[in-house]
Design a protein around this ligand. Structure first.
Ligand code: AMP
Length: 187
């Protein structure tokens, strides 16, 4: 199963992603985690990315696309994967389509985790990560609204989009996700 997971910061995407990859035994590719690891290791990519991340802005597309291209070639991705936090822009989505088209391994489904903005701000304010200062939170929500939300139409037009209500307990939300993904399991 090849799956893209889209949702605004604070929607609970990370928690649900963990559950999804463990149930369906697929690789978990989080560009946010990869960038944070690169930043901690002070690699050239990490140093470049840090300036954007600390402002709540998106890292330039070419850096991210190279990162994902390399990662998708690894052995553990051959039986399927969940892309968490990628693509974040139309340019990234088009680059992904091109990569997967060349490999003849198209996406099976794009899952949107939907949570209203007031609720996101409330949740993010309580989380306390270094990039969770109020102005940075606001900027990350703006980046989502302006750069990432257009992907929903993009994937809707391709007939790939499924939307899940992200309000409720972790178990309730996962149950909704499971009822959608079981159909694709084994793909
Ligand atoms: P996340 O943990 O997915 O919210 O990502 C944390 C930060 O990493 C984001 O606020 C961006 O600065 C950067 N980032 C992660 N994924 C991407 C992406 N696909 N494109 C651009 N920037 C990204």
């Amino acid at each position: 199963m090849r799956l893209v997971f889209i949702g605004p910061p604070g929607a609970g995407k990370g928690t649900q992603a963990e559950r999804i990859v463990s149930r369906y035994m697929i690789a978990h590719l989080s560009t946010g985690d990869m960038l944070r690891a690169a930043r901690n290791a002070k690699t050239p990519l990490g140093i470049q990315a840090d300036a954007y991340m600390s402002r709540g802005e998106l890292v330039p597309d070419d850096l991210i696309i190279d990162l994902i291209r390399e990662r998708l070639a690894a052995d553990d991705c051959q039986r399927g994967y969940l892309l968490d936090g990628f693509p974040r822009t139309i340019a990234q989505a088009e680059a992904l389509d091109k990569m997967l088209g060349e490999k003849k391994t198209p996406l099976d489904v794009v899952l949107e985790l939907r949570v209203p903005e007031e609720e996101l701000f409330r949740r993010l304010a309580g989380r306390g990560r270094a990039d969770d200062k109020p102005e940075v939170i606001r900027q990350r929500l703006v980046a989502y609204r302006e750069q990432t939300a257009p992907l929903l139409d993009y994937y809707q037009e391709k007939g790939l989009l499924k939307t899940v209500d992200g309000l409720g307990t972790v178990d309730e939300v996962f149950e909704r996700i499971r009822s959608i993904l079981d159909e694709f399991a084994g793909a």
